[in-house]
Design a protein around this ligand. Structure first.
Ligand code: MC0
Length: 146
């Protein structure tokens, strides 16, 4: 098992924005910045209806914007909207091995929100670093599906 993060973080995968109305937010990003939807899904466990968007010049969608709308009032996104209104909710790093990255961060004394990875966008495996241990930023670790 890796004891340090070196080499595990490969990119900024996405930045997540909490929104109240997903369709309106997609239309805003399209008409204002030219972003295109590449994927959308409902993640029941996370309580979100989400869309991933890429810049037209980023054919591979290397770094995406994730729009997150709440499915239910007790979800993390509903709570965020209540407290902060719409805005940046998370920064997601792409990692090669979410378990190894989580272990390396735990070893540094950071709190990971889950004991073991959960299902994220498009069958990725995810975990989160508590925002209070990451400079006030909710950091997600994403290991894309193979
Ligand atoms: C809360 N805090 C944040 C924050 N959420 N700070 C920065 N960014 C955020 N997003 C702050 C609060 O203001 C508070 O600060 C402190 O953290 C602790 O707040 P809390 O009341 O104890 O905790 P909650 O209930 O607000 O929960 C925060 C927590 C929760 C991060 C634990 O949102 C969570 O479990 N998030 C992980 C899951 C998630 O976000 N799912 C939605 C995206 P003060 O100073 O007032 O103490 S799903 C997703 O992302 C998937 C689909 C994917 O990408 O694949």
């Amino acid at each position: 098992m890796h004891s340090e993060l070196s080499g595990l973080v490969t990119a900024i995968d996405h930045v997540g924005i909490a929104v109240a109305d997903l369709d309106a937010a997609i239309e805003f990003q399209r008409s204002t910045f030219g972003l295109e939807v590449t994927h959308s899904e409902i993640n029941e466990e996370q309580g979100v209806h989400e869309a991933m968007l890429r810049a037209p010049g980023d054919a591979a969608g290397a770094t995406q914007i994730q729009l997150l709308a709440p499915l239910r009032p007790d979800s993390a996104i509903a709570k965020f909207l209540e407290r902060n209104n719409p805005g940046l909710q998370q920064l997601a790093f792409r990692v090669t091995d979410v378990e190894a990255a989580s272990a390396a961060l735990r070893a540094k004394g950071l709190r990971l929100l889950y004991d073991s990875p959960r299902r994220g966008t498009a069958d990725s495996r995810i975990n989160f670093v508590h925002p209070k241990d990451a400079g006030g930023v909710l950091v997600e670790l994403v290991e894309p599906a193979a």
